[in-house]
Design a protein around this ligand. Structure first.
Ligand code: GLY
Length: 408
């Protein structure tokens, strides 16, 4: 049976009048709408695309009775351990000073607890540290040096998180800014030229070529050079979220990231913010986010989605409504919104789910996807609010289109 939002609100009002406004059960009412992409099968796990490779093992653990949060953590630990994932954990792209700083949080539905860490250096598995904060402190959030010292105290090893590859990309980023600061060759460089010396398209072609040359100088393998240059010009946000629901209806979620590449030291994004990067309510479901952290914090994305579902929206409607709030924050200005990228992962406690994104693709031809496992593992395209692709921010705004086309 489909219950519209209006019907649901009507029922909820009547319910609250007859049961009394303080009835705790009233806080967990959700509609039973289903939608395409909702298998209704339990257990179920959903995650960002970079969790796909880790879902089989985590799903087997969950299906055999494992805890929902531990199952979700098994997924996000994969990219944290993977030095080739430059958006999470070991090998994450560093801040502007070349130091990797990580953020993570988790929420355990059955016990209604949460843990979080922000701006952590030298510890790879910050998702597990956020669980340790939840389990072993009376706090919810630890940041910076205190979080690192806590992690070491409870047994996490300190290690250098800046891989050689990420360091070289960071060096290339420094190089790219060399006309605006003291990094890279200066006025004495035979290739130096005044910014207005040539038409923009020629300057950009030259810039791309020189960045590729510098990538070669730094020892970046030929097949990785274009990707490295791309990561310099369009600093990526990357993150992983995972939510898990078992056959008992228990639900948990977690999110972990190295945050925005080349960020200011101390910048903390949405991922460790309970209610932005992740939010789980045992009565309703779980939601998480990847993308432009600053924008997501301003709409308290994950919390807004869960509350939308509590009020009767389907997972897809709840996510779309939250994306529309981001659009509203910029008064529908597409010139600004094209620099915003946001994907939400939404799991309701009856197993209905949705992956929604602001833009269809993160690059032309590369659609946003979510990973799902409910007995069958798969990757599904998100439902997008806007057609087309976003552009990463901070942007290289004046790259002429013809040069960009050639470069890609
Ligand atoms: N969503 C990841 C970040 O902005 O840090």
């Amino acid at each position: 049976m489909t219950v519209s939002r209006r019907d649901f609100l009507g029922t909820a009002v009547v319910g609250s009048l007859s049961l009394g406004l303080l009835d705790p059960k009233g806080y967990g009412r959700v509609s039973k709408t289903n939608e395409a992409g909702s298998s209704g099968k339990l257990p179920i796990m959903i995650s960002a695309h970079n969790g796909l490779a880790y879902l089989d093992d985590a799903y087997a653990f969950l299906a055999s009775g494992g805890d929902t949060l531990d199952a979700a953590l098994r997924v996000v630990k994969g990219p944290e351990d993977d030095p080739n994932d430059t958006s999470v954990g070991l090998g994450g792209l560093p801040n502007e000073e070349g130091v990797v700083e990580l953020d993570a949080c988790c929420m355990h539905g059955p016990t209604r607890r949460a843990g979080s860490v922000g701006g952590v250096r030298n510890i790879k598995n910050v998702s597990l540290v956020s669980k340790a904060v939840m389990n072993h402190t009376g706090h919810v959030m630890l940041v910076g040096e205190g979080a690192e010292r806590f992690a070491v105290a409870v047994g996490f090893p300190r290690e250098n998180l800046l891989t050689d590859h990420s360091r070289k990309i960071w060096l290339l980023w420094k190089e790219y800014h060399s006309t605006q600061d003291w990094w890279g060759p200066g006025l004495a460089d035979p290739h130096w030229q005044a910014p207005d010396a040539k038409p923009q398209s020629e300057l950009w072609q030259e810039r791309f070529r020189r960045l590729e040359e510098h990538a070669a100088d730094f020892g970046i393998a030929p097949e990785l050079r274009q990707e490295a240059v791309h990561k310099v010009l369009f600093p990526p946000t990357g993150t992983i979220h995972c939510s898990a629901l078992n056959t008992k209806g228990e639900v948990s979620g977690c999110t972990t990231t190295s945050g925005l590449a080349y960020k200011l030291p101390g910048r903390v994004g949405d991922s460790p913010v309970i209610g932005a990067g992740c939010y789980t309510d045992q009565d309703v479901g779980s939601a998480g986010a990847t993308g432009s952290g600053e924008e997501n914090i301003k709409v308290a994305g994950a919390h807004t989605i869960v509350e939308n579902m509590r009020r009767g929206m389907s997972p897809q409607e709840a996510g779309m409504d939250t994306l529309k709030r981001i659009v509203r924050n910029y008064n529908n200005d597409m010139n600004k919104l094209r620099f915003v990228d946001m994907t939400y992962y939404v799991l309701r406690k009856d197993g209905a789910y949705a992956g929604v994104s602001l833009w269809e693709s993160y690059e032309p031809g590369k659609p946003h996807t979510i990973a799902v496992h409910d007995g069958t593992k798969r990757s599904e395209k998100t439902v997008a609010l806007l057609p087309g692709a976003s552009v990463d921010f901070p942007a290289t705004p004046r790259v002429p289109a013809e040069v960009m086309k050639e470069f890609k």
